[in-house]
Design a protein around this ligand. Sequence first.
Ligand code: UGA
Length: 439
Amino acid sequence: MKLSVIGCGYLGAVHAAAMARLGHTVVGVENDERRYEALSKGEVPFYEPGLPEMITAEIEAGRLTFTRDIADATDAEVHFVCVGTPQTPGRHAADMTYVNGAIDGLLPVLRPGAVVVGKSTVPVGTAAGIAERLDEHGTDVSLVWNPEFLREGFAVQDTLEPDRIVMGVGPGERGQQAGKVLQEVYADILDTGTPLVVTDFPTAELVKTAANAFLATKISFINAMAELCETTGGDVTKLSEALGHDARIGRRFLNSGIGFGGGCLPKDIRAFMARAGELGADQALTFLREVDAINLRRRDAAVGVVMAWLGGRVVGKRIAVLGAAFKPDSDDIRDSPALSIAEALHVRGADVVLHDPKALANARRKSPQLGYADTVEQAAHGADAVLVLTEWQQFRDLDPAVLGEIVAGKRVFDGRHALDPDRWRAAGWEYKTLGRPHA
Ligand code: UGA
């Protein structure tokens, strides 16, 4: 089939390449000059394992092209809207500028019978508004809402082998028909037995925000338990292990530490609360305020532990921060707990030197006031404390004996329960973390 993908950021670039991989002819529409130039050459302006290879292969196979001109999407039978919905500066609500702009751009190029598929994460009620605009425009065009659940770092796999496909369709035969067209696009994926859930528009929109709200709640729940462990002498890692054996609870997303960040979970729970407020249903989501607060408190707790450790004052102390990305296998530093802790210690006068295997350039751009090092060793050289704040495998694998030779003080803070305390202590280090007072 002929498809277009409007907006080739994280979601769109992956989706465009994956749809080409399924055998469709795909044109990716990208306004941003730099991003367009990069993608056209098969370069990916962010770190995502496997994606550059897939884009290059699909461009070479002739199934994938990129353009800056939406008119090149005229031929497409299905248009995927994949633009971003960031947090509005100074407010909690989602910024809908890009979604509205994408629909404005699409209206003149839609041909009768085309299907528009919304994939962006949007406030509930958005799809109904877009469907109305399409109807008013007078073309026989239908809308399907098809949220995306991919994780950064696993984006290719999550798109080609999703754990479910959700399709919100409009009323009547026309809605069903549009859903069928999208099922045809995803036929190869559905044939492998991937569950398909067909809903109305609001339910499909809610599935996405509810899923992220649930994941955020699970993380904040275990981090609240970590706070209790700190006051009672319990061990949160054992608590996670024991809770996780209950199949109804499950072990995943029960990793405590410095909390969640990234371009999705934090902004999505805030936008969800803002939307519920607009709809007069704010009470239903008041608990998410607490989820957000617990999460942010963990960053303060980490700063507090390090400050107390270094005698209450960090002015002139050298602190090596290992990790800037919001999670490993990513170069994304949006709302990263690691970077926010590094910034907080810098503001308190510490001489912070940061290393990350992939996110250095992004971190440098966002926080030029911090010191940066190309290797762990350079960062740790002469440090009074080493903070592991993103659980990259290479940090887990560090040899405490070797690192111990180059630091000024053998103090390691483990913000993600990534290290083995016994191993570090055996090499002469003081080890501290959150939620495990006696670890
Ligand atoms: C998240 C969701 O997991 C995806 O399903 C969703 O599609 C995506 O948002 C989105 O809305 O686009 P992502 O932001 O890539 O994916 O990252 P996650 O793997 O969910 O991690 C989010 C944050 O939670 C990270 O900072 C991570 O370190 C933290 N986390 C995760 C914990 O602190 N503990 C855990 O147990 C798991």
